[in-house]
Design a protein around this ligand. Structure first.
Ligand code: ASP
Length: 337
């Protein structure tokens, strides 16, 4: 029983960030700090009373400009399990339709006493912009095709819990690498923790420059399949694509979809992941998605623990900053007599 989770969070020496904007500039040690903290919260989520008092009195606001099922619900639930107050901002019906800018909207919401703003937006860099204009903590919950850090964290966490390690494993990211923020966050987390990463998809959906992030590129799933310890099946991001990047969805499924025939040619203990939403029969067939190698629903469970860990660590850092300001010696100004 981790009693200290009922007390207000304190600063952790291995975590000194106010925001979580991406995994690109996080160190392996920082990623590991989040994963270790998630272990505590996974335990909380398994209790019959799934609640600790750590964030009592704090306010977490979800500011989502794009659809979401898992991420928004899981951030809300994570905040509630930590006893924070939560607010879901929905664009429909808000004053953005009256011409209020993104920054003004966020600053007005922050003025109601928000401690953490969880932001999803179709423009890459939108959460980074808010972090420059707000005093509260900002969490990137997906910015265009750029990053989705908590998804990257929950994916490596699921791999670590299932395989006992991440270092030395070969992970295949299959599908629409070009338009997937999940791909980028996975690549950063996996390479930092020592995995070998192969990205695989039709040439039109795999930009050759992705190699610079330290990954290998393949275009034939069947060629790399037997080497893979983990297969992460990424959805084709039709909403971010121009038309005609591959001949048909049927052909895509035949070449890059994970079905039971392919599963037979993979390692016996291959771990199947997918960030969701899954399109059954496209990137994965129902037998595989619901079969024994699949950890798709465990990802969702683990995501809640990861988001609790992130909220806890960011609030701990903010408390430490506030305390440091209160304890700072008052500086004399020119007006001081
Ligand atoms: N839910 C994930 C995201 O928002 C993956 C996806 O939509 O395909 O990026």
């Amino acid at each position: 029983m981790t009693v200290e989770l009922d007390a207000p969070p304190r600063a952790t020496p291995s975590w000194t960030r106010r925001h979580l904007l991406g995994l690109e500039d996080l160190s392996a040690a920082e990623i590991e700090t989040i994963l270790r903290k998630a272990d505590d919260f996974l335990e909380v989520s398994q209790r019959s009373r799934k609640k600790v008092a750590a964030l009592t009195g704090r306010v977490v606001l979800n500011l989502f400009f794009e659809p979401s099922t898992r991420t928004r619900t899981s951030f809300s639930l994570a905040a509630r399990r930590l006893s924070a107050d939560t607010v879901d901002f929905t664009v429909t019906g808000s004053s953005t339709s009256k011409g209020e800018s993104f920054i003004d909207t966020a600053r007005n919401l922050e003025a109601m006493g928000v401690d953490v703003m969880v932001v999803r937006h179709s423009s890459p860099g939108a959460p980074h912009l808010l972090a420059q204009h707000l005093n509260c903590s900002v969490i990137n919950a997906g910015d265009g095709a750029h990053e989705h850090p908590t998804q990257g964290l929950l994916d490596v966490y699921t791999i670590q819990r299932s395989k006992g390690r991440v270092a030395g494993l070969t992970v295949g990211l299959i599908g629409d690498i070009a338009h997937s923020r999940v791909a980028r966050s996975n690549i950063h987390a996996l390479t930092k923790l020592g995995a070998r990463v192969i990205v695989c998809g039709p040439p039109t959906l795999v930009p050759p420059t992705i190699r610079r992030l330290g990954v290998e590129i393949a275009h034939r799933f069947d060629d790399i399949l037997p080497q893979l310890d983990v297969v992460n099946l990424l959805r084709v991001q039709f909403e971010r694509q121009r038309k005609g990047l591959f001949p048909s969805i049927h052909e895509y499924a035949a070449l890059f979809g994970m079905d039971s025939q392919r599963l037979r040619r993979a390692k016996d203990d291959v771990l199947i992941l997918a960030p969701g939403p899954i399109n059954r029969g496209v990137e994965v067939t129902p037998e595989v998605a619901d079969g024994p190698n699949s950890a798709i629903l465990q990802q969702v469970t683990n995501g809640l623990a990861i988001r609790m860990a992130v909220l806890y660590l960011l609030c701990g850092q903010r408390s430490a900053e506030r305390q440091a300001n209160e304890n700072a010696p008052v500086r004399e100004t020119a007006e001081t007599p």
